[in-house]
Every structure is written in C-alpha cells, then in structure tokens.
Write a protein that binds this ligand. Structure first.
Ligand SMILES: Cc1ncc(COP(=O)(O)O)c(C=O)c1O
Length: 419
C-alpha cells in the first residue's frame, strides 16, 4: 500500500477507515460532490513542483527561466498557478495564447511554438506581444516578416534538430534526425543568417527539445553540443521532456539530477552570460493529479474486466503511447493485494484499456477507483468519443476543494452542432 500511496501527489494519506485523502480532502467526498470521473489536482503539490524547478534551476544557472509547457495541462487554473509561482508559459498555438493571457500571464514571458503555425496564430502572437516566437521553418519567417509592423522587431529563437534519439515512445520523440520539428543544423545556419538581416526580426537564440517521458538524463546533456556548435547567442531554450514516475517500476530522475546533467553540459559548452530556458510539461504536472472513476461493471471470465465510467475519453496516454498506469480502490487503500484484473473504459474499442493487469482488492460495482499520475496530457487530449462529456477538474488543497473546469453538459455537446 505504501508503494501505491507513493504514486499519489506528495502529502496524500490514507485515513483510519482506509480511504484515500488528497490535498486534505477525502477522495470519496470529492467523488460525491463533483461526481465521477473527476480529475483531482493537488494544488500544493503543483505549486511545490513549480518552486522546486525554479529554485533548482536558478541555483545552478542564475540567468535562467522556467517556462511551463502549457500543452501538458492547458487550463487557466493550472497556467495561473505557474504564473503566480513566477514561471513563464510555453504556448503551442493560438488557443494556448488565449488561455495563458486569461490566466494573467505577462505576454512578454510567453514562448510560442508550433511546426505549422498559421497566419492567424502568428498575427495573434505579434498583436498580443508574445515575448519569444520559436521559428520552426522558413515559412514562419515569411509570415512574421509579413505581420510585424514597421518599426517593431519580434524576438525569435530558431529550433534545431539535435540529432539525439532518446528511449521513449516514437510518437513523443522529437530530437531525432528526420523529426518534423525544427531544422537540421545546416538549414538552421541559413535561416539564422536570413533572420539576422531581417528588419522585422531579432535573432535571440536557439531552441532544442529532445522528446517527452525521457527517464534518463543523458539525452538532455547530449542535445547541448549540436546547439553550441552553431555559435554564441543570448538565449538557449533547452526544451522539456523529463519523464514522470507512473508505475512502481519507473525510476524518474529528480529535477536536481536532470538539471545537474543539463546545466553541467551548458557550463562546459554554452556562453556563461547566456540566458537558459527550460520548458518542463509532463514532469511538472503528471504526479499532481489523480483521476477518480466509478466502477460500473465487473465481468469475470478468462480475464476479469473492471469497467469504469471513463476511459479513452479522459485518458489517451494508454492508447496513444502504451503508457502504463497503476490504480487503487479509493475506500480500500489498505487492503492487501488482490487478484489481477484489467481496468477498461466505456468506449467502443477493444483498445480502450486503462490498465492491463493490476492487482485490486475485490473490486465491486459502485466502488471508486483512483488512477494516479494523470496530470499530464490527459486533460489536454480529452475528447467527446462516444458522446463523452469531458470531465471536470477539481483543485484540492489544505482540506478544501474547488471546481476549476466544469464537466461538459449535453447542451455543450449540441452547442457546436449547428446542422
Ligand atoms: C517544444 C516543446 N517544449 C516542451 C515540451 C514539454 O515536454 P514534456 O511535457 O515532456 O516536458 C514539448 C512537448 O513535447 C515540446 O514540444
């Protein structure tokens, strides 16, 4: 049980009755109040992680900035926490600019990404004063030059393909040769020359991002050399990508271990006066959240299927990347290990499996099931498959809770359907 509890947000406990408590709130009370499925974010854990990143980075490289990769959890409440903790925001596309500004972000602290930014998104970024636009290709430069008004200059970074392959799922690998993101060093050199001669653009530095859910520090350090080889700049944005601990068997490097490797490589290869930026997403938010489901059916046969009231409508990490999760029974966290079951969702696909083989103590219809480490990309990729109403997000902390994103309604589902 203690191992299971270790996957829940720091500070989570089990009460005398064996019930899960997150942010000082009984998970069963949260399920009753907000209904299920519900995504519960432990706000103190989220803030603590943001502070850990900022403090550890600044202590190693004072001229540094942590920029939260909004894509990992793009709701204003999460973005606002990051803003309040003094972080900048990485925004990929127009929608994340809009939510970041609503969250109170200083546009000058936004870093905009996208491998296929549209005219409208570039216009939005320029008009709202986004601090750094990360140029991915020559078309970005064409668009920026056509958009930035005379007499102004837009600060840009150029995204480089470092040619580093990390051990992660192919879909979230981005730094390998052949990646759709960024430019190979030779092509980058040409584009940098063009930007340096542009009256509308200011070449500030380089960007690199190796991929996501990377559980070793080597690839982050390796990506520094190809960037350093392109010359001296004012800013180096070294991306995100640190992995999270999802399962008992995962060993995720700590923020300190990650930064020791990254800043170590920077110290030996990058100009001492440069500003360093990092863009953690997954490792910032993953472990702060838990999804609570209600068991709808238990079907015993060759395999015991525990069907819950959610699935790939609220968690696509399993179907897309084969991500493994663990789970516990909300009211029986202290029960000794039960039999292996397969937790499945309610969607019309055999691939809608939340956890293939997990020991649960005699799950029954009506029980509550808690799946920890659902803070990263689950909210992001939630969807309306099978008419699913996207699930609410609740912040819990110090014994209180509040709704920050409401559950969709049937009316919401019909609202865009104007046919
Ligand atoms: C450019 C960029 N920066 C940062 C991130 C955040 O990565 P992660 O959530 O793995 O930390 C991503 C996501 O893949 C990204 O594409």
């Amino acid at each position: 049980m203690s191992d299971l509890l270790g996957l829940f947000p720091p500070g989570s406990t089990v009460d005398e009755a064996g019930g899960l408590v997150i942010g000082g709130c009984r998970a069963s009370d949260l399920a009753r109040e907000y209904e299920t499925p519900v995504l519960v974010v432990c706000e103190p854990a989220l803030r603590a992680r943001a502070r850990e990143y900022a403090t550890e980075f600044a202590s190693r490289w004072p001229n540094s900035r942590v920029v939260f990769a909004s894509k990992a959890f793009p709701c204003t409440a999460v973005q606002r926490v990051m803003v309040e903790e003094g972080l900048g925001l990485d925004v990929a596309g127009g929608g994340e600019i809009i939510t970041a500004l609503r969250a109170g972000a200083d546009p000058a602290l936004l870093v905009m990404h996208g491998n296929a930014k549209t005219d409208a998104e570039i216009e939005l970024a320029v008009e709202r004063g986004v601090g750094l636009v990360v140029v991915d290709n020559g078309d970005d430069v064409d668009r920026l030059e056509a958009t930035v008004p005379a007499g102004r200059q837009q600060d840009v970074l150029v995204r480089i393909i470092p040619g580093v392959t990390a051990d992660t799922h192919a879909s979230v690998l981005t730094g390998h040769e052949g990646s759709k993101f960024g430019l190979a060093p030779a092509a980058a050199v040409e584009l940098i020359k063009r930007i340096e001669h542009s009256p509308r653009l200011r070449m500030r530095g380089l960007h690199v991002h190796v991929g996501s859910q990377i559980l070793e520090v080597g690839p982050f350090a390796e990506a520094v050399a190809p960037v350093a080889a392109l010359g001296e700049f004012e800013i180096y944005d070294l991306g995100g990508g640190l992995g999270a601990r999802y399962t008992y068997n995962d060993h995720a490097p700590s923020v300190a271990e990650y930064l020791d490797a990254l800043v170590g490589a920077a110290r030996s290869q990058l100009p001492a006066a440069a500003q360093l930026i990092i863009e953690p997403g997954r490792s910032m938010v993953a472990s702060a959240a838990t999804t609570v489901y209600r068991v709808v059916t238990v079907k015993r046969g060759l395999v015991t299927f525990v069907g819950v009231d959610g699935g790939m409508g609220d968690n696509l990490e399993v179907a897309l990347y084969g991500q493994r999760f663990e789970a516990g029974m909300v009211d029986r966290m202290d029960a000794s290990q039960g039999r292996p079951v397969t937790v499945v969702g309610r969607h019309c696909e055999s691939g809608d499996v939340l956890i293939d083989g997990v020991q649960l103590p005699d799950p029954r219809v009506g029980d509550l099931l808690a799946v920890p480490v659902t803070g990263a990309y689950c909210f992001t990729m939630s969807n309306n498959y099978n008419g699913n109403r996207r699930i609410p997000v609740v912040f819990a902390g110090d014994g209180d809770s509040r709704l920050v994103v409401r559950r969709e309604t049937w009316d919401d589902l019909l609202a865009r359907d104007v046919g």
